[in-house]
Design a protein around this ligand. Structure first.
Ligand code: HEC
Length: 194
């Protein structure tokens, strides 16, 4: 649960989430006590949960600041910044390369710093917005993925629901970051059993 990111949310956005959750249909489902593995059980205790200070989101006209706000509360760093022992690796912010092994293969997060060769430095704003929007269609959402073929944990279909204005602001912020050279092979298919 990315609390350190969510704690950056404006008071208004938090209220909007509460209002939305209250519209959900109540479902009875007893959930067991939480059990956290090491080191998350310790990290959780150090989170500044009681220190939320109500604040406003940056103005949308301040594209970079607003984009930073969105990238933060959307927790892009959770996947796009490599971490060690629960701490982000300094100098590798948004440079990708975190890997997750899944039944169909190993997926690694992309470098989304503005490095031209290994990141998204050569992408135009239109390309960036289009990439998200093209993934928000029903066709993509219901796509069947064959074993061993490319699949991703990037929540494209969800972020694709963001407005073009918001996606554009995230682009502006990401392009303002320091380019980091880090070549990532995004996907290695699992060896299929003979
Ligand atoms: C749950 C993990 C996860 C989260 C959260 C996540 N990403 Fe990703 N993202 C990935 C992975 C894995 C890839 C590589 C595979 C792919 O292209 O889908 C990726 C790919 C991308 C790409 C394509 C880059 C390229 O070179 O093709 C962009 C752009 C991107 N992410 C931006 C973002 C932004 C912006 C956010 C936050 C709003 C975000 N991601 C949040 C996992 C994540």
């Amino acid at each position: 649960m990315p609390y350190p990111n969510f704690i950056q949310m404006s008071e208004e956005d938090l209220y909007a989430i509460v209002a939305y959750i209250r519209t959900l249909k109540p479902i009875e489902n007893e959930v067991g006590e939480k059990e956290l593995d090491f080191p998350v059980n310790y990290i959780v205790k150090t989170l500044p949960l009681n220190s939320y200070k109500p604040h406003k989101a940056p103005e949308k006209t301040d594209m970079k600041a607003y984009g930073k706000y969105l990238v933060t509360i959307a927790s892009c760093n959770d996947c796009h910044t490599q971490s060690k022992d629960g701490e982000p690796i300094a100098g590798m912010e948004y440079a990708g390369g975190s890997s997750i092994d899944l039944p169909f293969g190993t997926i690694r997060s992309a470098n989304i710093t503005p490095d031209v060769e290994t990141g998204i430095g050569a992408w135009t704003k239109e390309q960036f917005i289009q990439r998200f929007k093209s993934m928000a269609t029903d066709q993509v959402k219901n796509m069947e993925v064959q074993p061993g073929s490319f699949n991703t944990i990037m929540p494209w279909t969800m972020y694709g629901g963001m407005t073009e204005e918001d996606l554009g602001a995230m682009y502006e912020y990401l392009q303002s970051l320091k380019p980091v050279k880090n070549m990532v092979v995004k996907f290695t298919p699992a060896k299929t059993k003979m």
